[in-house]
Design a protein. Structure first.
Length: 224
């Protein structure tokens, strides 16, 4: 019986091509209106020299950082997305699942000034992965996570649990993706349990939208 986690990563195998097309054509409105800029500014604002983009997908953020002379390294568990990221920019992009990163099976470098995860923490047990990322940060390094805003995404059911994204309204053939909804306190607890200290919280919002488009958390790594 497949776990939601394995179905989640497998859905990216199926959805890689339409995802690459959607990102590169800029068809996801919330991204090009609000959230791309939000994560980019949050990362640039910390003036990092070396950045790891965790769950980098097809690599748009790596390219945006490289364009600004930042040494950006990516890692993702989906082969086609990693290949697309490698082909589209000069960044090193590692192929590794989060499970492999937790087990320390893959060397993806260390001493990063900043690790970011843009809509890439979609599974349930994120604490071991966050703790593994904490160990890859240089002293004083930070983690920047952008995710679905819990209040906007709750849809009337504000408790941690698996949900399903159907990609209705997206162009192309998509396989539904399980993802784990977590409340704001659950996010903050996960950061704390992984040895991070929250130093910033933003709710990026379009001026013409009544609800925030995302939740953006900035946390300082700490010795564990
Ligand atoms: C919504 S996409 C975000 C991609 C990219 N950060 C962006 O902003 O476009 C989620 C990414 O997480 C990756 N991912 C999900 N589960 C994973 C896992 N268990 N191991 C490695 N990567 C995973 C997927 O392959 C996908 O690229």
């Amino acid at each position: 019986m497949p776990t939601p986690e394995s179905t989640l990563l497998q859905s990216w195998h199926h959805n890689a091509q339409p995802w690459i097309e959607a990102i590169r054509a800029g068809t996801i409105e919330s991204r090009h209106q609000v959230t791309d800029q939000a994560i980019l500014l949050a990362v640039l604002g910390r003036q990092p020299e070396r950045v790891l983009d965790l769950g980098c997908g097809e690599g748009w953020l790596l390219r945006a950082l490289t364009d600004r002379s930042i040494d950006a390294v990516g890692v993702d568990g989906e082969t086609s997305l990693v290949e697309a990221a490698r082909a589209a920019g000069p960044s090193r992009v590692h192929l590794a699942s989060y499970e492999a990163l937790v087990e320390g099976n893959v060397d993806i470098g260390r001493d990063y000034n900043l690790i970011c995860a843009n809509f890439a923490l979609l599974h349930q047990d994120i604490i071991p992965l966050l703790a593994a990322m904490n160990a890859l940060l240089a002293p004083g390094g930070a983690l920047v996570v952008q995710t679905l805003h819990p209040w906007t995404a709750a849809a009337g059911d504000y408790q941690d649990g698996w949900r399903q994204e159907s990609f209705a309204g997206f162009k192309g053939q998509w396989q539904p993706m399980p993802w784990y909804f977590r409340t704001l306190s659950s996010w903050l607890n996960a950061l704390d349990m992984a040895g991070f200290r929250l130093i910033g919280l933003q709710e990026p919002q379009h001026p013409q939208s009544p609800v925030p488009q995302s939740l953006l958390l900035v946390a300082q790594g700490q010795a564990q």
